[in-house]
Design a protein around this ligand. Structure first.
Ligand SMILES: [Zn+2]
Length: 333
């Protein structure tokens, strides 16, 4: 199963915009962009984004968010609990910029009494006035990469308000792309957690799929796991397959082959897809993370899926793309 091409058209990876990282240090970047009518604003709340009537990512004009201040110390407001982030601009720079407005968790009515947010606040009105969707629902739609960037960066801010070294509060700089510890004169950058995810095939080109303990009955997917500190990707592939199923992946050139990647910001993962060739076929699951693992021929997998006995991972995921790459085409749900 060797294909010269990377996995095609993975959700959240299409280059629909330019991150324009060189602009992040421009003074007062977000307030200036909001003064331009062409800037598109992505609303983020509790890890979801506002969507339009068609279910796709909604881009608001600056007028719609004019009640939410963007002026603060430096560029990057964290004023009144909301936060502004610079996401990039149209490819080539013409056509306007993209910013994210991250609304405070408490800006929905349930949390009003708990956190004291005025239910009539601009943030609360924005939350109540829009439909919201998670990234899984946006996968494959226009601008899904922009939504992934906004959600991922917002999640990083939510968990890094304090310096990981000294515990002091940090300030936001570079339009949301750096948090700075003033006590230690230290810049802290957004982090991404690499994870490997892999199709494993044997000499008969059967596919090894596993069932995780917390999944619904019958669901099977590719094996996966986080890369550990000080570990290479190929090592991580071999270790995860061995830990979860006791199957040994070869260590000859080409036995572990990179296939493509997909951001998976729930909250901070980057899925690195591989195809791995097994040297052994005896399966012995760990019983903790993975409670069942089986080899499938293409005919077996098709029959099991058609019969409803096996459920595959959802369409936007790289897991589904890897399975379908092995299968040789789309598998109907
Ligand atoms: Zn510090």
């Amino acid at each position: 199963m060797t294909s010269p091409a990377w996995l095609p058209d993975l959700s959240y990876t299409r280059a629909t915009h330019d991150r324009a990282a060189e602009r992040r240090t421009e003074p007062r970047l977000v307030p200036r962009l909001l003064a331009e009518g062409s800037t598109g604003v992505v609303l983020v709340h509790r890890g979801r984004v506002a969507v339009g009537d068609d279910g796709g990512l909604l881009l608001l004009g600056p007028d719609a968010v004019a009640d939410l201040p963007s002026e603060a110390d430096g560029d990057d407001a964290h004023v009144g609990g909301h936060r502004w982030l610079f996401l990039g601009e149209h490819v080539g720079g013409a056509g306007g910029a993209f910013v994210a407005l991250v609304l405070p968790d408490a800006a929905d009515t349930e949390a009003v009494d708990i956190e004291g947010v005025d239910p009539a606040s601009p943030a609360a009105r924005l939350v109540r006035g829009h439909a919201w969707a998670g990234l899984r629902e946006l996968g494959g739609r226009d601008l899904d990469a922009l939504a992934a960037e906004a959600v991922a960066l917002a999640a990083w801010h939510a968990s890094h308000e304090r310096c990981p070294r000294c515990g002091e509060p940090t300030v936001v700089e570079q339009a949301g792309w750096v948090r700075r510890c003033l006590a230690q004169d230290l810049d802290i950058y957004p982090r991404t957690d690499p994870a490997v995810i892999m199709t494993v095939t044997d000499d008969a080109d059967r596919l090894l799929l596993g069932h995780a303990a917390h999944w619904p009955a019958g669901r099977f997917s590719t094996l996966a796991g986080y890369v550990e500190p000080g570990e290479g990707l190929e090592q991580a592939v071999r270790r995860e397959v061995a830990e979860e199923t006791a199957v040994v992946v070869g260590d000859a050139p080409g036995d572990v082959e990179y296939r493509g990647s997909q951001p998976w910001p729930f909250p901070a993962s980057l899925m690195l897809g591989f195809h791995a060739r097994a040297r052994t076929t005896e399966v012995r699951v760990d019983g903790v993370e993975v409670t069942e693992a089986r080899w499938f021929t293409r005919e077996e997998l098709l029959a099991q899926v058609r019969a409803g006995a096996v459920g595959l991972p959802g369409r936007p995921s790289i897991a589904r793309a890897l399975v379908e790459e092995w299968y040789g085409g789309p598998l109907a749900d």
